[in-house]
Design a protein around this ligand. Structure first.
Ligand code: GLA
Length: 726
């Protein structure tokens, strides 16, 4: 359904090009299947936003820009002109996209259009300061069939004197002028990530950010804005996601002039980036989209885009395998015999990827020692990792390994050899969190060392998968060798070197897959997602809590990205106990994993799990690559229901969860979505918890009359599989 509008428009020749420019009025029109984005060059040379919203097709509709009217000497016209990339200069008082200081102290920056270049779906617009050669190239890339526009900027010092950047943003986005907007964002903390918040936008500025050096559990760099009337299925929603895994910031401002602006890029807090003459800085990319089909439509667009254009392998990437990880079962107590025993049991369940977590290296018996020493512990693995990996492979599973390459314990050979390699200010405390410090990845020698360690592991052993962890934020961000003028480059250089290591590793070991973990979901953003195959969404594996964590996660990220494990009860985070099938049905909505202590499972547990793993393999293409319809939100009431529709429309799966029962009342009827009303579907309840007994039902009936699941007592769950009858 989603692709029909662009197809029709393209077929009718109304816009054969995704980017058009009208020279007479100096306006640009960028168009995707779901949105248009328009801007123009004003008579004073400023580049200004004209429109962002549903698709427009007529370039002739766009007006030439005229100067805004000054309201008073306190309200200059620049404040009402929606500049695409405002410098901090002249009479501009809102959040700038760029703020600099030149060596001679001049901080004024007024940017004017110089030229542009259109090449296919790419548009580069050059801007320059009115006086000197501070040169900006704005990069726009249109993804016509995916409904996304990406924006980023390159800032170049073309002047003969050094300058320092104090704020560098990727983009400023503007909603249509008005009031009554609502902002949706994802906030959280460790073990409670991606909680969805929606609140009115009032005058003033809301800041979403990380100052921790990684993306952070606190906020995810994603936003959605609606006009107060959108819901899951309908209404206009503007959304964006920033591709940066370090200090980032998104500000949402409503001005007194009914402008709603979203500005995002590097966090300007503690930011200072010197550029010598001829040097430049690239900002991260900020992806934006629009949907007229509510928050569900916005998420499906973003998911589709991530699957096709962000994740490694794109549309052709293999489905995420069923994984086993023993962390919650064994913690640091790993050894060859114990892991082999678990591997045998995991293989019998149908697990495809066996991952050994923390504890396998150096003097790592708890979290006080060993980080940095990436050689197998000789007591636990007297013959190295090969015997274990061989036996995992012989069981038909791939092998994966946990690493935390950015970190070091004081009690490690690496720290004893290179105390200067950690991030620190000379003569100041080096704060430890989880008794570990952070290596200064901004240093090229540290980068080379880490790449070398990981490259050796991936070369010496047939490792298919690395779980790359990062268990604390940065602190005391000094870089003594860089010197005071340059040391704040660390915030950017750290992340760029992290990306370089990941890029080089994947290039050298093309079948190596990587999971991004940062104490759960501390590093989930479109920057890291270009380089990893999945992420650990949260250390909180309580299935009921996960419903909300996953619902928030699904606002911004596709199901296949989200690693989700079934673990033991009572859950270690909150002590809650829910049935094994409930835990499986929650985890199956991402990339299924098992993290239980299989040595403690009963025969019945094995039987349930074997059935559930087989079910997962039957439906995972639908979940991982399909469209998600959030039918009942876990924040709204007693029932949570999610439905996935496969990309080819041949299968759909409904998952339903009940929190608690009172007065023997039934759960509401669930009307499905995204089906073909004229098609027939074979209806299969996995556990007879369905009132409808008809073996087949039409799409029209399923979507209009709906299904009635029978969920009783507390924490009951079920699933219904619908296969289209050809
Ligand atoms: C972090 C991760 C866990 C586990 C431990 C190991 O907390 O989120 O999944 O890997 O580290 O120390």
């Amino acid at each position: 359904m989603r692709r029909i509008p662009i197809f029709l428009l393209l077929a009718s020749g109304l816009f054969a090009q995704s980017i058009r420019f009208a020279a007479d009025r100096q306006v640009f029109l960028l168009t995707t299947s779901q949105s248009s984005y328009a801007m123009g060059i004003a008579p004073d040379g400023s580049l200004r936003n004209i429109y962002w919203g549903a698709p427009l097709w007529s370039l002739d509709d766009l007006p030439a820009l005229t100067p805004a009217r000054e309201l008073s000497s306190f309200d200059p016209r620049q404040m009402m002109e929606n500049e695409e990339f405002p410098g901090w200069g002249g009479t501009r008082y809102y959040e700038p996209a760029l703020k600099i200081v030149r060596e001679d102290g001049d901080r004024d920056l007024v940017l004017q259009y110089v030229s542009h270049r259109i090449a296919g779906n790419d548009l580069d617009i050059s801007l320059k300061d009115i006086r000197d050669s501070v040169e900006i190239t704005l990069h726009y890339r249109v993804y016509p069939e995916l409904g996304i526009v990406s924006r980023s900027a390159t800032i170049r010092n073309g002047t003969p004197q050094p300058l320092t950047i104090e704020s560098a943003q990727a983009a400023a986005w503007y909603m249509p002028a008005g009031a009554g907007y609502q902002l949706s964002y994802l906030s959280g903390r460790w073990a409670a990530e991606t909680q969805l918040v929606r609140e009115p936008i009032h005058e003033g500025m809301k800041v979403l950010e990380s100052r921790k050096g990684h993306t952070s559990h606190g906020f995810n760099p994603w936003f959605a804005i609606d006009q107060g009337d959108a819901n899951e299925e309908s209404g206009r929603v503007w959304f964006g996601a920033l591709a940066w895994s370090g200090n980032w910031r998104i500000t949402v401002e409503q001005t007194p002039y009914r402008q709603v602006r979203v500005t995002g890029g590097f966090n300007s807090f503690d930011f200072s980036y010197p550029l010598k003459p001829g040097e430049s800085l690239d900002t991260p990319a900020f992806y934006g989209g629009f949907s007229a089909a509510g928050f569900g439509g916005a998420s499906r667009t973003l998911h589709h885009f991530e699957r096709e254009r962000i994740l490694p392998g794109g549309a052709g990437a293999r489905l995420r395998p069923v994984l086993y990880n023993s962390w919650e079962a064994t913690e640091f107590d790993v050894d060859e015999a114990g892991q082999k025993a678990l591997a045998g049991k995991a293989a019998a369940l149908g697990v495809e990827l066996f991952v050994m977590d923390d504890g396998w290296f150096g003097a790592r018996n708890d979290d006080h020692a060993g980080l940095g020493d990436w050689v197998p512990n000789p007591r636990k693995f007297p013959n190295g990792l090969k015997p274990l990996i061989d036996s995992v492979n012989a069981l038909g599973m791939d092998f994966g390994l946990w690493v935390e390459p950015e970190m070091v314990n004081a009690d490690s050979d690496l720290y004893r050899a290179h105390p200067d390699w950690v991030i620190h200010f000379d003569g100041r405390p080096r704060s430890e969190l989880r008794t570990q410090m952070v290596l200064n990845l901004a240093r090229d020698d540290v980068r080379e060392y880490i790449f070398g360690v990981l490259d050796k592991l991936a070369t010496d052993y047939p490792i298919r998968y690395l779980k790359w962890d990062m268990n604390r934020p940065l602190s005391e961000p000094g870089w003594p060798e860089a010197g005071p003028a340059d040391e704040r480059k660390l915030w950017v250089a750290y992340v760029r070197n992290l990306y370089r290591i990941l890029d080089r590793l994947r290039a050298k070991h093309p079948s190596l897959e990587i999971e991004s973990c940062s104490g759960g979901g501390g590093r989930v953003d479109l920057g890291i997602l270009e380089r990893v195959n999945e992420v650990w969404a949260s250390d909180n594996t309580d299935a009921f809590d996960r419903l909300r964590i996953q619902a928030g996660f699904s606002q911004a990220h596709a199901a296949r990205i989200m690693s989700a494990w079934v673990t033991d009860i009572p859950n270690w985070v909150d002590g809650r106990s829910v049935s094994l099938s409930y835990r499986f049905l929650v985890a199956m909505q991402g990339a299924l994993g098992i993290g239980s202590n299989l040595n403690k499972w009963t025969t019945e547990d094995f039987a349930t799990a074997t059935k559930m793993v087989a079910l997962d393999k039957r439906i995972r293409a639908t979940v991982q690559n399909g469209d998600l319809f959030r039918l009942f939100s876990p924040w709204a009431g007693d029932l949570t229901a999610n439905q996935y529709v496969g990309a080819d429309g041949r299968q759909s799966v409904l998952f339903a969860f009940r929190h608690s029962q009172q007065y023997n009342s039934p759960v509401p009827t669930i009307r499905l979505r995204g089906l073909d009303p004229r098609a027939m579907y074979r209806v299969e309840s996995i556990d007879r918890k369905l009132a409808e007994k008809q073996p087949q039902l039409s799409g029209a009936y399923l979507m209009e009359a709906g299904l009635n699941v029978i969920l009783r007592a507390d924490f009951d769950a079920t699933a219904v599989v619908l296969d289209r009858v050809e």
